[in-house]
Design a protein around this ligand. Structure first.
Ligand code: EPZ
Length: 411
């Protein structure tokens, strides 16, 4: 039920998109890797199942700790049944190839937000000496020993950067990776690999230099907070009204998001690991274009669109990363939003009052944008297919209820 301002404190969980590659990094050593601040979201349990299919066991302990043991691997195959439910499973490709000299990974296929090919991952690994074929929907990769190489990505790719970075850590010689992704999740992976004994320079910049090692060791590592969950709660407060404090976050990871919200009138006070958010009486419209980090993240586009439906004026939202990431528009229109899509740009006119309705989630961030719309709408909203939400948000309904929202999960 919408229309209730939020108040109180919410704690941010660890980053899903940092945890997933960190789990795969554990494949690069036969010693235990202990990860802290792991979010209890569905994609994490899927990743543990992918690793288990390879022979690596994960023990989850209370307080968000996961210990991954990949002493010996019994398989090099990531099966279709698992990969089709989570594309990030492709992140086992680089580590398996580097460690075992062979990998058989199902092609992820397309998803709701775009075709999402992995050609750049494969071309880069071929440059490192792998022979790769694609047959029966599977990538078959072989390499006696990967060799360091000079690689330049045509397009910035986050998991592509992560896959190559992991492979290069156990290759022969030096790898230089240009036009690499600079996302905080890439930096987090580099921090773990460095703790495992890898030698990486330039993490967080567009040029990485990696010295291959014969062996990596076990390590302990605390995963960074989830910057997209943080951004989602800023938007929640701005839409529902009120004032909240967001704790255990890392404001420096979402500079572009904070700056953009301030442009719309949201009051944001920053601490080293917390934010105080105050919703404005009037929201101002402001255009946005999603680009790789440190630009405005595509994973905040849908939530930002919901906000702009309540802002005064016309805003343009350009989605430059994925070709089909406006699936939430039709559902927001069903709630009364005024949004027109022209190619990769959506024109949002506001403010238009939203009315509660039954709506359908299509992907992780679209489902978050519909929950936010429900907080701002009058009347009741029912969001179907929330399994999308549970893939990447830890108990978001409970966290919102803790801030005073009138929200419940229908079983
Ligand atoms: C990561 O996906 C994130 N997932 C996504 O978050 C995020 O939206 C995306 O990066 C962009 O920030 C994880 O980290 C697990 P890309 P990834 O490769 O790595 C094209 C969420 O909501 N491309 O950076 O798969 C691609 O099609 C998810 O949590 C190629 O053409 O994205 C896209 O247009 C959704 N060939 C662009 O590059 C390739 O080989 C960027 O994709 C690889 C990518």
């Amino acid at each position: 039920m919408g229309g209730r301002p939020l108040e109180g404190t919410v704690r941010i969980s660890g980053a899903k998109n940092a945890s997933l590659p960190d789990f795969c990094a554990a494949l690069l050593t036969d010693e235990p890797v202990v990860l802290g601040n792991i979010p209890e979201v569905r994609d994490i349990s899927t990743m543990a199942r992918v690793l288990s299919a390879l022979g690596a066991e994960t023990a989850f302990r209370v307080g968000g700790v996961a210990e991954v043991r990949a002493a010996t691997l019994t398989s090099v195959e990531a099966p279709y049944e698992l990969v089709k439910t989570m594309r990030a499973s492709v992140l086992v490709l680089g580590p398996l190839l580097a460690r075992e000299g062979r990998a058989r990974v199902s092609l992820p296929g397309g998803c709701a937000i775009g075709a999402r090919p992995i050609n750049l991952h494969l071309t880069a690994l071929e440059k490192m000496g792998a022979s790769i074929t694609v047959e029966h929907g599977y990538v078959e990769a072989r390499a006696e020993r990967l060799r360091g190489a000079e690689i330049s990505f045509d397009t910035v790719t986050v998991t592509g950067t992560e896959n190559v970075m992991m492979a290069a850590c156990r290759a022969e010689g030096e790898t230089v990776l240009r036009n690499a992704a600079c996302e905080p999740e890439v930096e987090d992976l580099a921090a773990l690999l460095t703790a495992m004994g890898a030698r990486i320079e330039g993490a967080g910049t567009s040029t990485l230099r990696i010295q291959g090692m014969d062996r990596l060791k076990g390590a302990e590592h605390r995963v960074i907070p989830d910057r997209i969950e943080t951004g989602t709660f800023i938007a929640a407060c701005a839409i529902a009204g009120g004032e909240i404090e967001i704790r255990s976050c890392r404001p420096s990871d979402l500079r572009a998001v904070i700056d953009k919200f301030r442009e719309t009138g949201v009051r944001i006070e920053e601490g080293p690991d917390n934010l105080r958010i105050r919703a404005p009486r009037v929201l101002r419209s402001s255009n946005v274009n999603t680009i790789p980090h440190p630009g405005f993240p595509t994973d905040m586009q849908a939530q930002y669109m919901t906000l702009m439906t309540q802002a005064t004026g016309v805003s343009t939202i350009t989605e430059s990363i994925f070709e089909n990431r406006f699936m939430h528009v039709a559902e927001l229109q069903r709630m009364g939003a005024s949004v027109r899509v022209e190619g990769r740009t959506a024109l949002v006119t506001g403010p238009t009052p939203l009315s509660g309705a039954q709506v359908m989630a299509t992907d992780l961030r679209a489902s978050a944008s519909l929950v936010l719309a429900g907080l701002g709408a009058h009347g009741e909203t029912v969001v179907d297919r929330v399994y999308h939400l549970d893939r990447g948000y830890y108990r978001i309904d409970e966290k919102l209820r803790g801030l005073g929202a009138d929200i419940e999960r229908l079983t």
